[in-house]
Design a protein around this ligand. Structure first.
Ligand SMILES: *Cc1c(COP(=O)(O)O)cnc(C)c1O
Length: 432
């Protein structure tokens, strides 16, 4: 399969090249030049890994990594994505749990898959350096995914004092090939320093830099697999296509779910659920794209006012009306998030993180007729225990850490302090 830039269909590369480059040279995002039509797979769909092998094969066709897809999948998909029916629900609500990986959020799928791919793309003698700026969650997933891989150095930049204690632990507990820099500045400073590094000729000669950030196409492909696997499970048992309620921020999940439907998997409605950052719901309402600064909410990993993956959605749906006909988008407030976490626990025993609660809130507020017609799947993007300070008071109880997070709490932590200055970063890179 050829991969092209969202800004130029004629600018094509292989999938391996797209994963190595991250961003297209013209500033666009990499997308499949044409999506394959897979339709309903007949075999190999009983497990998530089996589904992933079947669904990903056409994306890797013609790429040097094609023969290695089975081992990449085996290495990346080592934890499940269970689809659980909500107890006591008279209609059909299921929750797709994407938080059983090492850092208890769905970003583990993308980060581990990309790590498994990059580790198998031959280098050129320069060490591979993964340089990532994080406001909290992404950096932990990337560090976990690349930790312990020979020939790779991971450098994580986070704003000192501006991430939660649990997030800081996830960024600083690795050691070995992972270096964590607490930058004396904001997240924007971290991002600026990373961008400067990518633009620096001296560093680029010395190191093979990759950002492994969420606009990398290698992070979206594995996400398509769990949407597909969940849809096939409902299709096989009930003969109908489920609808998805997708907590959304930078729209990576949205793109993965739309791609899964576009390649022929049985997916009905896709509803993008945003927090108070309403850029996307407003766009689908009036066709005007008005990016804005982000607003802080309880569902902080979705605090995005200018989602980069909109460029991929617009590549698929060039006109706004067409997009509005294929997707819905809604906005959920902090008070609705709080109320949903509280009520859902009281009524069904379900414990939700603030992000996952946005999706369940939308399900509960659907018209009862619409609710009955479809088997709805609310996507649970993170484990509630990651946000215990918000969730515990609302449910009036304590939360049990999943084993992976509990294990991180036992590790020693270490970080290096860094001024918010690119020259200081450059001097420290490649010097371990
Ligand atoms: C990143 C994230 C989201 C938003 O996903 P996008 O792909 O950026 O739209 C939602 N929930 C959690 C917990 C996340 O970490």
């Amino acid at each position: 399969m050829r991969i092209c830039s969202t800004r130029d269909r004629a600018l094509t590369v292989s999938l391996s090249q797209a994963m190595q480059q991250g961003l297209a040279p013209d500033g666009g995002l990499f997308v499949p030049a044409e999506l394959p039509h897979i339709g309903l797979p007949r075999h190999g769909v009983t497990t998530l890994a089996g589904t992933a092998r079947t669904l990903l094969a056409p994306f890797f066709e013609g790429d040097a990594l094609a023969p290695r897809v089975p081992e990449i999948v085996a290495e990346a998909f080592t934890f499940p994505a269970p689809l659980r029916r909500v107890q006591g629900d008279p209609e059909r609500l299921s929750v797709l749990e994407l938080f059983h990986g090492p850092t208890a959020a769905f970003k583990d799928f993308g980060a581990r898959f990309l790590a498994a791919c990059l580790a198998r793309i031959p280098g050129d003698g320069r060490p591979l350096t993964i340089l990532v700026a994080t406001s909290g969650d992404t950096g932990g997933a990337v560090a976990a995914a690349f930790h312990g891989r020979p020939g790779v150095e991971v450098v994580v930049l986070y704003p000192a004092g501006l991430v939660s204690p649990l997030q800081e632990r996830q960024l600083t507990c690795w050691g070995g090939n992972v270096r964590s820099f607490a930058v004396q500045g904001s997240f924007d400073d971290c991002q600026r320093m990373v961008k400067q590094a990518f633009a620096d000729p001296e560093l680029r000669t010395r190191l093979r830099l990759n950002s492994a950030n969420s606009i990398n196409i290698g992070r979206l492909l594995p996400q398509l697999c769990y949407f597909g696997a969940a849809a096939l499970r409902v299709w096989e048992s009930e003969g109908r296509a489920p609808g998805f309620l997708v907590p959304s921020g930078n729209l990576g999940q949205a793109v993965a779910c739309v791609w899964a439907r576009a390649i022929g998997l049985p997916i009905g409605e896709i509803v993008l659920v945003h927090n108070a950052n309403r850029t996307v719901p407003d766009f689908l309402a009036d066709g005007e794209w008005r990016p804005r600064p982000s607003i802080a909410t309880l569902a902080s990993a979705m605090d995005v006012g200018d989602p980069s993956n909109m460029e991929r959605l617009r590549f698929l749906f060039p006109d706004a009306a067409g997009m509005a006909g294929s997707l819905r988008a809604v906005s959920v407030s902090d008070s609705q998030i709080r109320e949903c976490i509280r009520a859902e626990y009281a009524q069904t025993g379900l414990v939700l993180c603030p992000h996952s609660a946005t999706a369940v809130h939308v399900y509960r507020s659907l018209d009862p007729g619409v609710r009955r017609e479809t088997h709805w799947i609310a996507v649970a993007t993170a484990h509630a225990a990651k946000f215990a300070e918000i969730v515990a008071p609302l449910i009036g109880g304590t939360l049990t850490m999943p084993p992976a997070l509990a294990e991180l709490a036992t590790r020693p932590v270490a970080h290096e302090d860094l001024p918010a200055d690119f020259a200081a970063l450059r001097a420290r890179l490649g010097t371990t």
